[in-house]
Design a protein around this ligand. Structure first.
Ligand code: SF4
Length: 407
């Protein structure tokens, strides 16, 4: 496969990806000066997030979900997907990144600023996956979409030999088209289509989010999601990232505000969680954390080491509990320091304490090196500045009461 760039009058070029005799649609490639004018965080195409090292060299999305994380990257107005660099260069930057560990680091593709299966983006998604797979890498590879997938996708994904691919289908059931103009039924259809083949090398997850009180949490919504969950290999439910930039957008556009405060973590109120668990019972594999579901569907222990947070596992299938229990090892202080020493920023880290639940550290400026440590060790690493609370499962305080600190 090769990348061809066609220059148009003006300042952008559009590309076509050639595979066999076919030229499939692809996105415009930005000129160097255009890339330099982007907000700083948008230019960071490889970024560590909790569920994996994230590659985002294509940015822009026309689907217009009001709660989109693009608000926080200064990219909300960018509706047309554009490439900051060719795919081969992006993959090179990913695998040469100081946080990337072959066969270990979970990777996410286009999860921050576009949908990987938009018509012009899908060729890039496959180009990235196939490049990584040709390298013999066995890392987890997460692809999150709400778009329409097609039967040919099954065949193409089945040709990947090494990567552990998980497709996560974002489904909310939200009917308010001012909040979510692109209907959830498309994601539901894609989940059913991609889960149907009895022989497939990839796995499917119903990514049920964002759950928002008063918007998509009626009994009917919950029962509908439970029905849909039967098609998937596993289901994750989670809440809304209600950050300042997103709240400002809601206010400016007179959208119904779900909460009267913002938070750095996702919000799932306690009563809503209890209702979800009551509806699902133990009928299908249900998880609170993305990494738990992704690990489970590939028969692996959770790569984020949530097993240490014992109350997290009370809804987990017994076979998976045994897997995570078998892999659970608290690192020694020395071991943690040795793993951190590989990173330039790791030299400022101090280990505050380590117990069976988690290691607590200080001195790391951002969350990214902490995720590196967590994935390298398969063990929870918390920042002393952001203590986790018992039973809240790493979520925001909003909507919870009568709980005590973890530590
Ligand atoms: S046993 Fe716990 S850590 Fe492991 S997958 Fe289940 S919930 Fe996650």
């Amino acid at each position: 496969m090769s990348w061809h760039v066609f220059t148009l009058p003006g300042h952008v070029a559009i590309g076509g990806i050639v595979r066999g005799d076919l030229v499939t649609p692809s996105v415009p490639l930005l000129a160097k000066e255009q890339v330099e004018r982007l907000p700083e965080r948008a230019r960071e195409v490889v970024e560590y997030r909790k569920s994996g090292l994230s590659l985002n060299h294509i940015q822009g999305c026309p689907l217009d979900c009001a709660y989109c994380i693009r608000h926080t990257y200064g990219l909300w107005d960018q509706r047309q997907p554009r490439a900051l660099m060719p795919d081969a260069e992006a993959v090179r930057q990913l695998v040469q990144h100081r946080y990337f560990q072959p066969h270990v680091t979970p990777v996410q593709v286009f999860n921050r600023a576009t949908d990987p299966f938009l018509p012009a983006v899908r060729a890039h998604t496959f180009a990235v996956l196939e490049d990584l797979d040709r390298r013999g890498l066995t890392n987890h590879l997460l692809v999150i979409t709400r778009y329409q997938m097609i039967p040919a996708d099954v065949e193409r994904l089945n040709q990947l030999l090494h990567l552990k691919v998980t497709l996560l289908f974002t489904y909310s059931g939200i009917e308010n088209t001012r909040i979510e103009p692109y209907p959830s039924r498309v994601a539901a259809g894609s989940l059913k289509l991609m889960s149907a083949p009895s022989r497939r090398r990839y796995r499917t997850v119903l990514y049920w989010r964002p759950l928002v009180p008063g918007l998509n949490d009626s009994d009917e919504h919950l029962h509908r999601a439970c029905e849909l969950a039967r098609y998937a290999d596993a289901t994750v439910f989670t809440g809304l990232f209600y950050r300042d930039e997103i709240a400002a957008y809601y206010r400016a556009n007179h959208l119904p505000e779900p909460y009267d405060e913002t938070a750095r973590r996702k919000i799932v109120p306690e009563t809503l969680e209890q209702r979800v668990l009551a509806v699902f019972g133990m009928s299908v594999p249900l998880f609170r954390k993305t990494s738990c579901a992704v690990s489970y569907v590939h028969g692996m222990p959770d790569y984020n080491g949530h097993y240490g947070i014992r109350e997290m596992c009370d809804i987990c299938p017994l076979s998976q509990l045994a897997r995570c229990a078998g892999a659970h090892r608290a690192p020694t202080r020395k071991c943690l320091e040795q793993v951190a020493a590989v990173l330039p920023e790791g030299h400022q880290m101090e280990v505050v304490e380590i117990d069976e639940r988690a290691a607590v550290v200080s001195g790391l400026d951002t969350e990214q090196p902490r995720y590196y440590l967590q994935h390298a060790l398969g063990f929870q690493v918390h920042d002393v500045a952001h203590p986790h609370r018992t039973r809240r499962h790493g979520r925001a305080d909003i909507g919870w009461k009568d709980t005590t600190d973890d530590d």
